[in-house]
Design a binder for this molecule. Structure first.
Ligand SMILES: Nc1nc2c(ncn2[C@@H]2O[C@H](COP(=O)(O)OP(=O)(O)OP(=O)(O)O)[C@@H](O)[C@H]2O)c(=O)[nH]1
Length: 634
């Protein structure tokens, strides 16, 4: 499964940037002919620095905030954020400068919408890039609304006008209809050929307001990203809203209240370039002896020791929304996998890790991720960078229960609990209601697929909220989806129903009441702990049936009949039977070769050791893997 992932995602540089939050680049503005009102000009910053200059450090006071633009590029996958950024860099790198442009690269994907919102809060404007052939897609809409919420100026850029099928007029109209931006504000470019890129730079200067900041106030710096460097510790990306910071200052994290001494400040150009100071309005990096990224959380505010300030609004701790069990394929690899997970989480504090164990799969962990893409990327990195082979179980979502039992409330010390592990699912008699996470999904599709897509959404318990034609033959559908219904294969189904043309994106929409039940799977009357599942009442039968069928296909026949049952409480809702059979491993051994017979019997005994015994039924590890990995196929 892969959702909204473009090629660019896998480029070395981009993957780090997306997983950990954001990366930032600084663009010196090259065109002295352009000016914004009465902005003061204050010297030039050359793009290439001599080693002497590097040693001396750049004097950032030469850039008054009126000459600074902090902006970001947002776009649907493959609509060419990277190509445009490269073009802008190329163009700005030619001559001296009057303006200081910070391009803050946001992760873009909905899994990281909190990181996107924090990165955007460091900006005053965005370039909203739309492909001239594909037009507005679901991710364009999601990105636009994040921009709108952050009250930023959006500059629509229609890219790829060189394509044979480009229809910039149609896209202009879509932009006007969906985002209410007059079509004459759209800039039409070809990032590939470099056509009209100057107009984009000009629009950044003219249409994006300078940051509203106060350099004389005490320091107030937003942490909008952080990375871990083995030798230098945590490098935080900061946007200064007030004040000044320099090497030797002592800064305090508003979130943890820990104090640190600043060892280095600088800007990213695009590599780290140390500066004397950073001033309000500027975006740069700060190194201050933080040991791991949990000390520099996205959205935190840094202020000067003994000069506390009101923290910047919007801080949230990372909230995992998708959980999955992770086990080494071979238990002998437990320690190497543990060390790989530790290394990856050093750079990504939003992954939660709890030790877990399963009688069938051995020792492992229960990991929490921001979303599906986040989970997939983490898994891919384990495989690609650490050569790890893992079993990742079907993802689940965090449910909630509002307790009515005084005893349970006392035990949990709260009335509303979050349930990550089905074993903790409280009985219906002890709760007022169960809740499930929901998301507001946007689908954009050519009209001809609308009927099929609506049926798919209905089958996933989604409630339609809106439907509009964004042009003659493209439809935008909005649905409220239970998160659980899209975590497994929704995106793949949508793509195959629409021959690849529909796009999908979603945003967090809180929790809704749900009729949830705990479903047990029994083998000859004994509960299989690994397969206990929380499901919606309406889906219990189909999910239970699918698990029973899958188990039937993967359980070897044994000397006696095996009843596979799905049950809610004492009520059986699905059943399959594996007929009795005796596997005679000696069947093909004619004659009296006793050593060969012994060998075959020994191998059979070893095979049995790998089985997990449930009651009198022996279940091979592979059967668990098959069921756990595909449990929510409907
Ligand atoms: N024809 C044409 N192709 C373009 C243009 N700009 C970018 N492309 C191509 O479109 C594809 C995607 O461009 P990228 O810049 O990688 O897009 P991106 O948005 O950064 O991609 P992700 O990081 O995957 O989201 C690449 O194959 C580019 O060469 C353009 O103006 N015209």
């Amino acid at each position: 499964m892969r959702i909204l992932v473009g090629r660019g995602w896998w480029r070395g540089r981009a993957i780090t940037a997306w997983v950990s939050g954001a990366a930032c680049r600084m663009l010196p503005w090259p065109l002295p002919a352009l000016s914004r009102g009465a902005a003061a000009h204050s010297g030039a910053l050359e793009r290439r620095y001599s080693s002497a200059e590097r040693k001396e450090k750049v004097d950032m006071s030469r850039f008054p905030f009126e000459n600074i633009s902090n902006f970001s590029i947002v776009a649907h996958v493959d609509h060419s954020k990277s190509t445009l950024a490269d073009r802008l860099l190329e163009l700005t790198g030619t001559i001296g400068s009057q303006y200081f442009l910070h391009l803050i690269d946001t992760p873009g994907h909905v899994d990281f919408s909190y990181e996107v919102s924090r990165s955007l809060s460091a900006c005053q404007g965005v370039l909203l890039v739309v492909d001239a052939n594909e037009g507005i897609q679901a991710q364009t809409v999601a990105n636009f609304f994040l921009t709108f919420e952050a009250q930023l100026s959006a500059i629509p850029v229609i890219n790829k006008i060189d394509l044979k099928n480009a229809d910039p007029k149609r896209v202009e109209k879509q932009i006007e209809k969906v985002f209410d931006i007059p079509s004459d504000e759209c800039i039409k470019i070809s990032a590939k050929l470099g056509t009209n890129i100057e107009s984009v730079l000009q629009a950044i200067i003219e249409r994006i307001p300078p940051p509203k900041v106060h350099r004389k106030n005490p320091l107030r710096a937003l942490v909008f990203d952080s990375t871990f460097d083995q030798y230098r510790g945590v490098i935080t990306n900061v946007a200064l809203f007030d004040g000044v910071v320099s090497k030797g200052d002592r800064v305090v994290s508003a979130h943890t209240q820990k104090t640190y001494e600043v060892n280095e400040v600088g800007v990213l150009n695009p590599n780290e370039l140390p500066t004397h100071k950073l001033y309000a309005g500027q975006v740069g990096y700060l190194i201050a002896g933080m040991k791991d990224v949990t000390e520099a959380q996205v959205g935190d505010t840094l202020y000067l020791h003994k000069q506390p300030v009101e923290p910047l609004p919007g801080f949230k701790s990372a909230k995992p929304m998708v959980f999955a069990g992770m086990y080494p394929v071979d238990q002998s690899e437990y320690n190497s996998l543990k060390s790989a997970i530790e290394k990856l989480t050093l750079n990504d504090s939003s992954v939660t890790v709890h030790r877990d164990s399963s009688l069938a799969l051995g020792a492992g962990w229960r990991l929490g991720f921001l979303g599906l893409l986040h989970m997939e990327v983490f898994n891919q990195r384990l495989e690609q960078e650490y050569n790890a082979s893992v079993i990742l179980t079907t993802p689940t979502v965090p449910y909630k229960a509002v307790l009515s039992s005084a005893k349970l409330i006392k035990e949990y010390r709260e009335k509303e609990i979050t349930i990550i592990n089905p074993a903790q699912f409280p009985d219906k008699s002890k709760v007022t209601e169960y809740l499930e996470p929901v998301v507001l999904g946007t689908v954009i599709t050519p009209d001809e697929y609308t009927g099929k897509i609506m049926m798919l959404c209905q089958a996933r318990r989604a409630i339609q909220k809106n439907m509009v034609f964004i042009d003659q033959n493209r439809v935008m559908l909005k649905y409220l989806f239970p998160l659980n219904e899209i975590v497994v294969d929704f995106y793949d189904s949508l793509k195959s129903l629409s021959s690849g043309y529909a796009s999908f994106d979603y945003e967090d929409a809180g929790y809704q009441t749900a009729e949830l039940v705990k479903m047990d799977i029994l083998l000859n009357g004994n509960i299989v702990e690994e397969l206990v599942t929380i499901v919606h009442k309406d889906k219990a039968h189909s999910v239970g049936k699918a698990i029973c069928e899958r188990l039937k296909d993967s359980l070897p026949r044994q000397l006696f009949e095996i009843a596979i049952q799905a049950a809610i409480g004492s009520k059986i809702i699905a059943r399959e039977t594996v007929k009795a059979y005796r596997k005679n491993v000696l069947a093909k051994c004619y004659g009296g070769d006793i050593t060969r017979k012994m060998k075959l019997l020994k191998r059979q005994a070893e095979g049995k050791k790998k089985m997990r015994k449930i009651g009198n039924v022996e279940v091979p590890k592979d059967a668990f893997i098959k069921v756990l990995k595909t449990q929510s196929d409907k």
